[in-house]
Design a binder for this molecule. Structure first.
Ligand code: G4P
Length: 525
């Protein structure tokens, strides 16, 4: 197969949802269709359980397994599908944001009874900013839930999306009879059966007199009326608008019952975007450019205590990645060769010789990589769009073992390269401050410092509300601000100035008073 065909047949996406909406179950059913796993339950056992808030040791244990599910590749009708896993736990939201930079589209799972939940809102906002094409799967139709139209209204309003239903449910809960697939004009009847794959019955014309035989007179009437309403109210599906992130198709089903999943997948492989290019600071890179380029969006520590290796996950953006070929590490200005690049096929990892745009390659790394790093064949480019967000929780970190200060420094450096947390150094005090988006990370850091670096740390409280990166064209004003606020200025890992605001008031008054200073809440500006 030629280079262009290889690119064209790839689909790289993530499934996102609020915890419990059914992301894991849906992922698993998709893998079953692809023949990538044989039994239901295989992915489920890898899931970071919801008890995780208190039981973070469990997370550590599962983190090891979850390397294998970070990327799940499989083939379906000659299409190479790469599903990127996103942690459901909200303390790892930033991991999820970063993973979204490596996909070309997303499927959003919504629980029919719960509707739009907070985590869904946050994640969809990121997708909207990036204009990522979105398909919505409304799940758990076997349970009573919100009325279809009300739910669509809620999704449109809360998620600020334009929708077009491509399937429509016939009742829900105990009376759920199935869905009419608007996309391929056929009726799918529901049977609560967890493994069976149902076949649709073609109903091109809804006035077909045989329809009531399948769903009864009343439901036939309702279905006809509702579909007419849909036709009148919702825009027709338009693939270009979908690909621009301006129109989102909606499917209904029940992942647990394997219902509506195949239609979703069949439609997905027809409409979902092929690998798209990415912007660098210098220029746009198209996937079919001959020279290989890619960026690191995730770093995962190896769980094997005998190896300090980590795996850096690289999204191939252009060209062909080849094993043992020297590539240019732009930030380090060094050539690196990779003897064991790894591909992820469902539950297996395997060494591969070549990877194509859209693929995710895992590179063993002894500390060379940082989130956001670019690899190329020599061209100096910097991929954009992998920002750090202003953290929400802060603590001073202190060395608890004076004999191990080097280990502590190295551990903190590497863990923050992995994106577990952000590290700031107070300019006046030299004290180190860790900022995270979730409380769990503090424990994870302490534990990993001890077990992977032999360093111990203790935390001390710091009263901080938010951090903001500060820049200004008005040098005098910036210097004045930094001098006046000296005890509230820190440096990030890259040596950039950061304002430590201890209250919303402090932040607001500073922003009002120092009009020429720009306060940035993400690291990319
Ligand atoms: P998540 O990854 O989004 O967090 O959700 P997950 O798939 O783990 O699903 C959350 C719960 O919802 C699970 O039940 C799962 O079985 C159930 N579920 C998923 N899809 C459907 C569906 O279509 N219908 C119904 N009725 N339930 C569904 P659990 O009791 O938390 O876990 P388990 O004991 O079943 O493993």
């Amino acid at each position: 197969m030629g280079f262009i065909e290889e690119i064209q047949r790839r689909r790289t996406f993530a499934i996102i949802s609020h915890p419990d909406a059914g992301k894991t179950t849906l992922t698993e059913k998709l893998l079953l269709f692809g023949g990538a796993i044989q039994v239901a339950g295989a992915v489920k056992s890898n899931k970071i359980k919801k008890t995780a808030t208190s039981d973070w040791m469990e997370i550590e244990r599962q983190r090891g397994i979850s390397v294998a599910t970070s990327v799940m590749g499989f083939e379906y009708h000659d299409v190479k599908i790469n599903i990127l896993d996103t942690p459901g736990h909200q303390d790892f939201a930033e991991d999820t944001f970063r993973t979204l930079t490596a996909v070309d589209s997303v499927i959003v799972v919504i629980d029919v009874a719960k509707g739009v939940e907070p985590q869904t809102e946050k994640l969809v906002k990121v997708c909207r900013m990036r204009k990522t094409p979105i398909i919505i799967f409304v799940n758990k139709l076997d349970r009573p839930g919100k009325d279809g139209f009300e739910l669509l209204d809620e999704i449109e309003q809360k998620l600020d999306l334009r929708l077009t239903p491509l399937s429509w449910p016939i009742n829900m809960g105990p009376k759920f009879k199935g869905v009419y697939n608007i996309f391929d004009r056929s009726l799918y009847l529901f049977e609560p059966n967890k493994q069976r794959v149902e076949e649709g019955i073609a109903f091109d014309d809804l006035n077909n007199p045989f329809l009531p035989q399948y769903i009864g007179d009343d439901d036939t009437h309702t279905l006809r009326d509702e579909l007419q309403l849909i036709e009148g109210v919702y825009p027709e599906f338009d693939i270009e608008q979908y690909l621009q992130g301006e129109l989102c198709p909606v499917f209904f089903g029940s992942a647990l019952n394997n219902f509506g999943v195949k239609e979703l997948l069949d439609c997905f492989i027809r409409i979902a975007p092929r690998p798209v290019g990415r912007d660098t600071e210098e220029r746009h890179i198209a996937p079919d450019e001959e020279q290989f380029t890619g960026f690191v969006f995730k770093i995962h520590a190896n769980m094997d205590p005998n190896h300090r290796d980590r795996i850096a996950f690289v999204r191939v953006v252009s060209g062909k990645f080849e094993r043992n070929k020297p590539y240019h590490h732009v930030r380090l200005e060094r050539k690196l060769k990779f003897a064991n690049p790894t591909a992820f096929m469902a539950q297996k990892k395997e060494v591969v010789d070549e990877m194509y745009p859209g693929d995710i390659v895992g590179l063993y790394d002894a500390g060379n990589f940082k989130i956001g790093d670019t690899l190329s064949e020599g061209e100096v480019i910097h991929y954009k769009g992998i920002p750090s967000f202003s953290p929400e929780l802060f603590r001073y970190v202190e060395n608890a073992d004076p004999m191990k200060s080097k280990q502590l420094a190295k551990g903190l450096d590497q863990l923050t390269d992995e994106g577990v947390a952000q590290l700031f150094t107070g300019k006046a005090t030299g004290r180190k401050i860790i900022g995270t988006v979730g409380a769990l990370q503090f424990e994870v850091i302490q534990h990993r410092l001890l077990h992977e670096y032999g360093a111990s740390c203790r935390y001390e409280p710091i009263n901080l509300y938010k951090t903001a990166w500060i820049t200004s064209h008005n040098k005098a004003m910036l210097e004045d601000f930094k001098a006046r606020k000296a005890s509230y200025i820190a440096l990030d890992k890259d040596g950039r100035d950061v304002f430590l605001a201890d209250s919303p008031y402090a932040l607001q008054t500073s922003m009002e008073k120092y009009k020429d200073i720009r306060f940035h809440f993400t690291s990319e500006f």
